[in-house]
Structures are given as structure tokens and as C-alpha cells.
Design a protein around this ligand. Sequence first.
Ligand code: GLP
Length: 261
Amino acid sequence: MEVVIQPDAEAGARLVADEIEQLLQARPDAVLGLATGSSPLAVYAELIRRHQAGRVSFARARAFTLDEYVGLPPEHPERYRNVIERDFTGQVDFAPGAVQGPDGSAADLPATCAAYEAAIAAAGGVDLQILGIGTDGHIAFNEPGSSLASRTRIKTLTEQTRRDNARFFGGDVDAVPHHCLTQGLATIMSARHVVLVASGTGKAEAVHQLVEGAVSALWPATILQHHPHVTVLVDEDAASRLRLADYFRQVYAAKPAWQGL
Ligand code: GLP
């Protein structure tokens, strides 16, 4: 696991955008894993800017989102399919149908979850997965207690996550669904490169556990310690509880230029 501490989210976002730009230059048909939430917004804004400047094209790329609320009507602005289109994919040049997400309004939820796993596999798997992290250490919607071997399935959101996400529902926690579909921890672990972005003191404990805690279903993100290629991009606030922060700074300062993230 490589931890890169940057002064702010925008500086981190430029590094992630560099990595995605290089990936798409090498493999224009690469498969991206996209996260919703506020953490990746700076990355998406940077990619949109680079697309508008003619530096990067998504025309042959495909993308899979991580998760979806169950039961929101198709036109609901907080349905993750609508969120990712508004925040990112609708502002660049993905081909129609190239961006997929779990269908939280399917009549048969287990079948739609299995079909989603099959679609990711049929695309050849995810090359680069962008992730945020919840204050309770969840990734996608894999809440504490999630099986470390889980695949896409239905989950019940914790009260903490529903409270955290109420800001997207006009501050009304009762408007936040109780259930979601989410890629499992094993699904996320199958991505070839995982890039997790976090900023702010609210994420400091989750980042500390992710990087330095014992691997445990209590902090689901800790499963990433078993992944061979994870990059954790944090600002100073999110890094504030890392015991090894100085070492991570030294490693990054001495990183060979050819290596990328
Ligand atoms: C949400 C999403 C996650 C996201 C996390 C943190 O509930 N399901 O994919 O990473 O919680 O959200 P934010 O980045 O807004 O803090």
C-alpha cells in the first residue's frame, strides 16, 4: 500500500488524473471503476478539464460504478446512476451504454447483482478503481461486518452512513434509503489498481485503520492491505492520525519518476 500525502484534495486529484490519462493513452479501452460521494469530485473535475482541453478521451473506455441505493425512482437526483452522470460521465465522451451500475430498482435484486458481477468479468475486470472511504471505514457500501470475501449484493446501511449521507437528501435522514446494492469487498479486490482518495479530519480515523489497523470486517477498508497495488491519496487532515506519516512522506519524496502511482 502506498500512501501519498498531498497539501489538498486538488493536488491529489491531479496525480490521480495523471494516472488515468496515462492508462487511457496506453489502453484507450481501459475499464474504470467509479465511486460516487464527495471525495472523488476533485478527480472528476480535473478529468473533465483535461477532456475539454483535448488531453484525454473516454470514447472507447468503459466504467462500472460501485453501488446504488435500493428503491429510489429512476429520476431521483441522488440515484447514483444520475449522480455519476451529472458529476462526471455526462460531461466527458463515454459512449452510450459504456457506463454501468447496479440496478437498485430491479424486481429481482439477487439476479441483478449476479448479472453485474458477470458484466464486470465480461469486460475483463476493472483496471483502475477509484474509491472513497466512509467515516466508519466502509468502501462502496460495504459496512462494518461485511464479509471480506463478499461479492455484489444487497446491504443494509448503518445509521451513521445514513446520517453522513443525509446532506445529499436535504438534511433529512429519513429520506435516505435503508438498503443498497454494492460491489463486495472481493469484487473491489479484483480491480488491478485501487486508488483511494480521502480528505478532512472526519476521515482521519478511517484512514489510520485502513493503513495501520488490523485487517478486520469491523473496518472493511482494511481488506485493501491484502491488495498488491493500492494507492491512498490523502490531504494533511486525513493523514493526521497516521503513525507512519513521516515515512510515507520520505518514500514519496524519493520515489523514482518513472514509477507513477
Ligand atoms: C458513500 C459511498 C461511498 C463513499 C463514501 C464516502 O456512502 N457509498 O462510495 O466513498 O460513502 O463518501 P464521501 O466521499 O462523500 O465522504
